[in-house]
Design a binder for this molecule. Sequence first.
Ligand code: AMP
Length: 555
Amino acid sequence: MLFREFAEFCEKLEKISSTLELTARIAAYLQEINDDKDLYDTVLFITGKIYPPWDERELGVGVGLIYEALENVSSVKKSQIEAMIRELGDLGLAAEELIKRKKMATLAFEELTIRKVRDTFDQISSLTGEGSRKRKIMLLTGLYGLTTPLEARYLTRLILNEMRLGVGEGIMRDAIARAFGVNPETVERAYMITNDLGKVAVVARTEGEKGLKNLNVELHVPVRMMLAQVAENFEQAIGEMGSAAVEWKFDGSRVQVHWDGKKVTIYSRRLENVTRALPEIVEEVKKSIRPNVILDGEVIAVKDGRPMPFQHVLRRFRRKHDVSKMVEKIPLEVHFFDILYHNGEKIDLPLSERRKILESVISETGRIKIAVQTVTKSVEKVKEIYRRAIEAGHEGVMIKNPSSPYIPGKRGKNWLKLKALMETLDLVVVGGEWGEGKRSHWLSSFELACFDTTTGELLKVGKVATGFTEEDLEELTELFKPLIVSQEGKKVEFIPKYVFEVAYQEIQKSPKYESGYALRFPRFIRLRDDKDVDEADTIERVENLYKMQFEQREQ
Ligand code: AMP
């Protein structure tokens, strides 16, 4: 399939804003694709992904490399390219313009195909070490050398994971269902298990509803984790469930542990493979857990019997070198609270039954624990567990429905969380501003956005400039510098990659931001680099929290 056809299709999509029409158009387009590989790539590419979330490969191409490749093909200097971005709005349009100008001089001989783009991406992502930067630029230059102007627009946006088509996972899921005549819920379930919409589309086409239902959880392929909703209060939480399974809410980082008797793989909440950063946990899992399982738990850092702040756990997760030094400095424990897979099968049993299996496969050790669980109908009892959790330095409690199944990726009423602090928001950092005077070499304020799950768009809700220490600013500047796509005066825009947790005094309605809301007195709490951009809080949650403020005032 020609990449040109894909680019032309994307251009059509870009002009459509209705969700229904987008879904219908994509469905019709997917139906026309005959080749499985092309179908796979098209599904991923339209949603701005090169690899599915579980795949560890990364292109490792930032804005800097794209500039260099574009300089090579067009002989236009970086400063001029930056000026074009300011004028045109994004690097994709700038690339299109550059190729348009170049086309006057030469014409490419070979037509670019989806397969060629995919193969080149795979080559680029396999490059590491010395000389890899140069090779990557060469390969990219080769690709740009073959593109038409329109192809350059979408190739660039694809590399930046930002297609700007308004097509999120929700629309793609519905389009797949419609294209191949299967139930959207079956598509959703298959996606949560495989984490791969491309694969889901191929199975839907070749094997239909039955094939999707047969997709099973596999060891060493991460599954989306079940998530929790905020409980309004103890009474409501217990009232709804009748009898509830109550556990401490540990303030650490989520892990999914896959163990087959030979190999242990540990995934973070973002489904990144963090096995290498946690050698002592790997060893202990091997010694104390019966194999052929996938377990769900929370890793916490503990010193002198007390939990250390959550950031320490993330430091451990991020660590790539000298891991052994960190093992002593930041001692970890895992508290397992669920099991998803046991002896070759996904467990479709209620929590109360899963719990029995969990207890039967783990022998607790110093580092490996089973989260203590109390099943009760008494609100007083839950309050007491909550008080003890807070006293012991934890976040609050999780209240779970004992008869509920484990639904991957689902945030629902079967898991409720009650935390001590006022609810914070997890928002995507989309822009920023350089500081003044002494702080001029640091980014000092950050623009935040929430996520629209249907369209995949990010909607701005405000800026945060307080709550940072000087160390935070220094670290964050290093982290965000490579993500800058454009700069105007002191203001910069970033490739959306990181999520901040922020507190605030109030949410207000505001025409100033495209979300229609603004945060009053936002304050930085922490970088949530355990969360992906598409796991940030949604516009619905912002709306709900806004409404809840009134309800609280009226009480
Ligand atoms: P939040 O990150 O605030 O949405 O809260 C949900 C998170 O709490 C989960 O993703 C887990 O990482 C964490 N957590 C801590 N303790 C538990 C527990 N006992 N059961 C489930 N999740 C827990």
